[in-house]
Each structure stands twice: as C-alpha cells, then as structure tokens.
Design a protein around this ligand. Structure first.
Ligand code: G3P
Ligand code: CA
Length: 333
C-alpha cells in the first residue's frame, strides 16, 4: 500500500510529517512527486508551480519571480521550482493544498519545509527494519517537458539513484510516471536489472492505448506494473454512479503486470455515489468499502491519501483468509 504524498488526508502533502504518518499507519511505500530546481536538485512537490502548497506568495523577496508560463498543455501563473535554487526553496514553508476539504491540516501550515528526493529516501531507509522495508514510489512529473527546458530529469534521476545506491529492482526506490517515453529512457539507462517501474495511466483518452492488450504488453517491456486511475477499475458514469468493474485487472495480470490504482481518498468528493455519506464533499464517506472492493478484485496495492483505511481493509481480508484455528480441547485422553 502506498501513502500518496505521505498521508496527505491528515498532514500537508510531501512534508516530513505526512511521510512519517504514512509509515506510522503502515504504508509499504511513500509517494513523493518529483520536480527539478534551477540548480538541478530533485525535490518533492506535486507540481513545479509552488503557490498552492508553500508560502511563496507571501514572501516579498520572491515577489519578482511571479510569472506566467505554459506547463505541458496548461498555462499557469505563479512561482516555479525551476526559477529557484534548492537553497532558496529550503526557506519556504509548506501549506495545506485543500484547506476547504482538509481544514484540520492547516494547523500544520508553516511548520515544515521542502524535502529532496534524497531526504525522502533517507527517511524510508531510517524507518525500515529487518522485518519491514519502507520504500519510495517516486513519480517523475513532466520529465519530457522538463528536458525540453534544459533540465534533463531522466538523466538527473538516473544519476541520483546511482548515487543513492537505489537502482536495484528490490531497492528503496520504485519509479513511476505518466510519461512512457521517459520511463523507457530510464529503463534503457539503468538496464533491465534497474529499479521497479510503474506506468501511470490517467482517464484521458490519450492514455487509452496503454490499456489495450497490445498496450499492456508494450508496457511490460519496460515496467513491472501499471498504476491506473481507480476509475479504470471501478467504472463510473458522469453522475458518479458506479456502473461496474472493468476487465483491466485480469488483462494486466495476464500481461505480467502488477496493478496499483490511484487514488483512494476518504472524502465524499472522491468516492462513487453509493459510498458517499452526504452531499458534503468534505465529509468522510465509506472509503473502507471502496478499499474492500479493490482488494477483493485482486489489486496488488492501492495508492491512498488515507493509509489507515487501506490497512484496516487489508487486515480484515487477512483475517478472513486465515485458516481457522482448532481451539477444541481433546478431553478423551
Ligand atoms: O501516484 C499516483 C498519482 O499520484 C498520480 O496523480 O496527480 O496525484 O500525482 P497525482
Ligand atoms: Ca503522484
């Protein structure tokens, strides 16, 4: 089970507190998104624009860095990681992305800084024990776009994984990206005995080709798994009604791929209609029900904002599957 941006339902995403809590709750992996700084450092931020998850907009010394830029297909205005050195970014403080949805998390605003990939790897290693390996699922954000702007993210990540001794398939780091070309380049660079990789798949039409049988076979030549949007597994209509279950799991397994869907979150906003508790998007619905359903279908993992929910669902399943213990006392002797 993967703690998405840590345990971001309970702490501001990508902070040390969020990752620590995910591990405390039982996450097997913690998930930093990775973007590149001006000086080529790899940092844990969901997107290169920083104003939704840091206090950069309140800092007069950086006011002149505000700009408008096309990032991928979208035009964004704000402050961008690639315009800051790592030393400058270290002066920023993290804030909650969704105060409307997760107001309790704002209590932690300003308490934590921005982490590097290296620091997240160090945390995972520090929290691993002989009985429990904690791993890092590092998502490369827009690596091809980054490369076009002169920041070769794939090469930087390959070099960093080598430096951190994290290039083996069972090593600390698993890599994922929506960018298939970047994953192929990373595989070519680090080799077939390089790190485990997941191909992320969105629900947009341009990703559909990845999920045909031929597409899945192609993915299996460079990645060990797919991480599809959960809506590819639990199908919904435009009214958010669940309409059924797709055949993606058996087809991906037949292609030799593990399946780790994203993102299970407990608020009504994210759940199918029948699992919502009310019309309040911020109220918690039946996320445990959604986790039970995914596990019963045979997913190999779940990427979640609420690691505690998936741990509970997994424990239930293990209990059901455990062989019955004969507690009868033989009194015949
Ligand atoms: O890890 C899967 C998921 O994180 C991909 O989407 O936007 O949350 O990074 P996003
Ligand atoms: Ca992510």
């Amino acid at each position: 089970m993967v703690g998405h941006r840590g345990a971001c339902a309970y702490r501001p995403e990508h902070t040390i507190a969020s990752y620590e809590l995910a591990i405390d709750m039982g996450a097997d992996l913690i998930e930093p998104d990775i973007v590149v700084t001006k000086d080529g450092a790899l940092i844990a931020r969901h997107e290169n624009e920083l104003s939704r998850t840091t206090d950069v907009a309140t800092r007069p010394e950086f006011a002149d860095r505000r700009t408008t830029r096309r990032v991928g297909r979208k035009r964004r205005t704000g402050w961008f990681a690639e315009d800051f050195t790592l030393a400058e970014l270290r002066t920023l403080r993290a804030v909650e992305r969704r105060p409307d949805l997760r107001p309790l998390n704002t209590a932690y605003d300003g308490q934590f800084g921005v982490l590097t990939l290296e620091e997240v790897v160090e945390l995972a290693r520090r929290r691993s024990t002989p009985l429990r390996q904690v791993r890092v699922l590092a998502e490369l954000k827009k690596p091809s776009w980054s490369a076009e702007r002169g920041q070769p993210m794939v090469e930087l990540v390959a070099a960093e994984l080598r430096r951190l001794d994290a290039t083996s398939p069972d090593g600390t780091v698993v890599v994922q990206s929506f960018d298939a070309a970047a994953l192929r380049r990373l595989r070519a660079d680090l080799g077939d005995d390089g790190p485990t990789m997941f191909q992320l798949v969105d629900v947009t039409a341009c990703d559909d080709h990845l999920l045909t049988n031929a597409g899945l076979r192609a993915v299996s030549t460079y990645a060990q798994g797919i991480a599809p949007c959960v809506d590819h597994v639990l199908l919904r209509d435009a009214d958010q009604r669940m309409t059924g279950v797709s055949d993606l799991l058996p087809r991906a397994h037949a292609a030799g791929l593990t399946v780790v869907p994203w993102t299970l979150a407990a608020e009504n906003e994210f759940l199918p209609l029948h699992l919502r508790s009310s019309e309040d998007p911020a109220a918690r619905g039946d996320a445990l029900g959604a986790a039970r359903l995914l596990l019963a279908l045979g997913v190999d993992g779940i990427i979640t904002d609420n690691p505690d929910v998936v741990v509970a669902a997994r424990a239930e399943l293990e209990q059901t599957a455990a062989p019955a213990i004969d507690t009868a006392v033989d009194t015949a002797a």
